[in-house]
Design a protein around this ligand. Structure first.
Ligand code: SF4
Length: 432
């Protein structure tokens, strides 16, 4: 089989999306490529941004390749599956532009996982993969005529929607060490979520683990990357050493939660690379924070979310530390890590003056604490389910409308006023 794996040119005008807009490595497509090739398939992986391709150049490359199947993600890389743009405009435009050259159109990503029928209808896809996609994509190569045997997909059969099995979870031991083409890395100057200087070498994204043992109410991980698993350390280090040999000097661990792991930190300490993580500061003892800084960590984003125990309980944080202890831990971390952020959400129960005072205290110690941002009830998150039940085909529209009605102030990253989904997406494509 011939597979085209396409990361399109992402645009976010009018979106509530508040993730980073710089290009990142399409990890899910990278794994899929190596696994598909290992299974004997021919694969064309194109990342429009890293390959410097316009939409028409991208379509021409796909047409020349002549794929049996084209795989399109609904979010720009695994890093943003928990906080994707709600709108599907970019995949819609890509499918329209590709036309018949795409072959069978396979959607992967958060929309495909949580609302597969709506995603397929809107984009004009043929098969949606639910959950982590790598192993299912390999299976599809030998089961196209026996889709009923594949777990974790949705598709139209005899004008009836079939949704088979739940969200898939990959065995991380089966994933290879990723090897990226040099031109991808040379185009990747961005050091994700890094703010210290100087920034030398190329940047890259990598993962040590997937999932998280917690279940915060706002976190949209339930339908993908849910259960915590670690990659084998030797595979991870093989990938890291390959990146370093290609000129990478900063990696961002996209792990939902980078948990303390002494062998990994010691291995990082021996290598000429710096790194950033997202984690919970309550899980790091001072001694491990020392090792984290010594290992080359230059950026920590720590989800504190609320300053009151009531707020953290409402968000189901299961945080064992008191606010003052969290503050001490953050300030301690900042002693030898150049950028430490306490992420705050608008829990609706915190005292604004108290929050501002706390922010100023942290800022005085060099720790960045953002102004609390409104929570978007991502379909698939416990908050969404509490409000409206299991996501249906209008889940993303409902969540955006609610968000626009509830909040008049948005994240300071959002440059323009967000708009309702129907203003951002093309009309639903006819399912075929
Ligand atoms: S700790 Fe982070 S990744 Fe884990 S459930 Fe909470 S927000 Fe999600």
């Amino acid at each position: 089989m011939r597979y085209a794996l396409i990361n399109p040119i992402w645009t976010f005008e009018g979106s509530i999306y508040f993730g980073c807009r710089d290009p990142h490595l399409p990890l899910e497509l990278g794994y899929a490529k190596q696994m598909l090739e290992g299974a004997g398939h021919e694969v064309l992986l194109l990342d429009a941004t890293l390959d410097h391709l316009s939409q028409s150049e991208l379509c021409a490359r796909v047409a020349t390749f002549g794929p049996d199947m084209t795989v399109i993600p609904t979010a720009p890389s695994y890093l943003f599956w928990r906080c994707p743009p709600p709108e599907l405009r970019v995949p819609q435009q890509l499918v329209q532009a590709l036309g018949a050259a795409a072959g069978i159109r396979i959607l992967v990503g958060p929309h495909a996982s949580t609302t597969p029928r709506a995603a397929l209808r809107k984009v004009g896809g043929d098969i949606a993969v639910l959950g982590e996609c790598e192993e299912v994509l390999v299976q599809l190569g030998s089961h196209l005529s026996r889709l009923q045997e594949v777990s974790g997909i949705a598709y139209l059969h005899d004008e009836q929607w079939r949704v088979q099995g739940g969200p898939q979870m990959v065995n991380l031991a089966s994933l290879p060490a990723l090897h990226w083409p040099q031109h991808f890395l040379s185009a990747h100057r961005h050091h994700h979520h890094r703010f210290d200087e100087p920034q030398q070498g190329f940047g890259a994204e990598i993962e040590a683990s997937r999932g998280c043992p917690y279940a915060c109410s706002f976190c949209a991980k339930t339908d993908h990357r849910d259960q915590f698993r670690r990659r084998p350390l030797d595979t991870l280090l093989e990938e890291l050493d390959g990146l370093i040999s290609q000129g990478v000097r900063y990696v961002y661990f996209i792990d939902e939660i980078f948990l303390p792991q002494r062998p990994l930190l010691q291995a990082l300490k021996q290598r000429p690379v710096q790194f950033g993580i997202q984690t919970r500061i309550d899980l790091w003892k001072p001694e491990m924070l020392d090792l984290l800084g010594e290992s080359g960590c230059v950026s920590v984003e720590a989800g504190v979310e609320s300053l009151s125990e009531r707020g953290r309980d409402l968000l189901n944080k299961h945080c064992r530390l008191k606010t003052v202890q969290l503050q001490e831990r953050l300030i301690y971390a900042r002693r030898n890590i150049p950028f430490v952020q306490a992420s705050l959400l608008d829990s609706q129960v915190d005292d604004h003056a108290q929050v501002e005072e706390w922010r100023q205290t942290l800022l005085a110690h060099g720790v960045w604490a953002n102004k609390p941002v409104p929570m978007f009830p991502y379909p698939g998150s416990p908050d969404y389910i509490k409000l409206w039940g299991v996501p249906d085909d209008l889940a993303w529209e409902r969540a955006v409308d609610y968000y626009l009605q509830m909040f008049s102030e948005f994240s300071d990253i959002q440059e323009e006023l967000p708009r309702p989904l129907e203003h951002l997406e093309l009309g639903a494509a006819a399912a075929s």
